[in-house]
Design a binder for this molecule. Structure first.
Ligand SMILES: NC(=O)c1ccc[n+]([C@@H]2O[C@H](COP(=O)([O-])OP(=O)(O)OC[C@H]3O[C@@H](n4cnc5c(N)ncnc54)[C@H](O)[C@@H]3O)[C@@H](O)[C@H]2O)c1
Length: 256
């Protein structure tokens, strides 16, 4: 049995994790922590899960912490992870430089896993792209197109940039990113990689990488149909991290 603490328990991801864990018989939530539980704590765990608003209220044992909370809460859960020697999976995004430095420092004393995209699919796609790139770099043009729902604030998506960076890592001649095209003298320059953002509807997230060569086109596409893909990745990370010693781990370690 893998005993898990969820930090950010009441949130969209916290509740998605709860739904998925409740369907499993090899994993259970021993504690749910959320600032929204202040004044409504159940420290007896009679319902099967201790519910609290601060990490230090939970004094039981656990195999892994999964954090989908807020960047400002990450230091506190890392501190707790170190004190209690529980591997911690940080999926929360938007960490400041100071918070990131604290995370790196903490990983010297306890196992810490961090990924800005917990979906196995996107991380596998990045690996596949790195395998393909050396074969197509010379003769193919490369473009990335992403589409998200109409409420998304930023463009291009962080994941589109992650994919571009992964490709660029293995390019002999590094690409310059250009975002959209407009104008009259735009013959394709292979030194460039176009990254294009489409917005509309309720699309959870689509990323397409296009390698366009002479007389053939390869497209690698990932379509996120729901938030569950991030939760599945986090649960896989929890299984992977249980029992791990100090160090900084990522999706690369999980996928192998
Ligand atoms: N890495 C990934 O693949 C991935 C995927 C989805 C979301 N995220 C990130 O995970 C985070 C949470 O996402 P969400 O959609 O569940 O957000 P959400 O706003 O629905 O939930 C966040 C929860 O954290 C709680 N929280 C905030 N501050 C807290 C504190 N100090 N202590 C304890 N709990 C606290 C909130 O009360 C809330 O219930 C965000 O940073 C998001 O960007 C990452």
């Amino acid at each position: 049995m893998i005993n898990v603490i969820i930090h950010g328990y009441l949130g969209k991801m916290g509740q998605t994790l709860k739904r998925l864990i409740d369907q499993r018989d090899d994993m259970q939530i021993v504690c749910g922590i959320d600032i929204g539980l202040a004044g409504k704590e159940d420290l007896t765990g009679e319902s099967g899960t201790v519910l609290c608003s601060k990490p230090e209220q939970f004094k039981g044992e656990a195999d892994a912490i999964i954090d989908f909370s807020n960047h400002a809460a990450v230091k506190e859960i890392l501190y707790y992870a170190k004190e209690w020697q529980i591997p911690c999976i940080v999926a929360t995004t938007g960490l400041t430089e100071d918070e990131l430095a604290f995370l790196n420092e903490t990983s010297e004393n306890v196992a810490v896993f961090r990924s800005a995209n917990m979906s196995l699919g996107i991380n596998l796609m990045a690996k596949a792209l790195q395998l393909m790139t050396p074969f197509v770099e010379k003769d193919f043009d490369m473009e990335i197109v992403e589409m998200h729902h109409n409420m998304k604030k930023d463009a291009p998506s962080g994941t589109a940039l992650l994919l571009a960076d992964k490709i660029n890592e293995v390019c002999e001649e590094k690409k310059e990113y250009i975002y959209g095209r407009e104008g009259g003298n735009l013959a394709f320059d292979r030194k460039q990689m176009g990254i294009h953002a489409l917005r509309g509807g309720t699309v959870a997230g689509e990323h397409k990488v296009i390698f366009a060569g002479p007389d053939e086109i390869i497209e690698v596409r990932h379509l996120a149909l729901s938030r569950e893909i991030f939760a599945h990745g986090a649960l896989a990370a929890a299984e992977f991290m249980a029992g791990k010693g100090p160090g900084l781990y990522s999706m690369d370690d999980l996928i192998g």
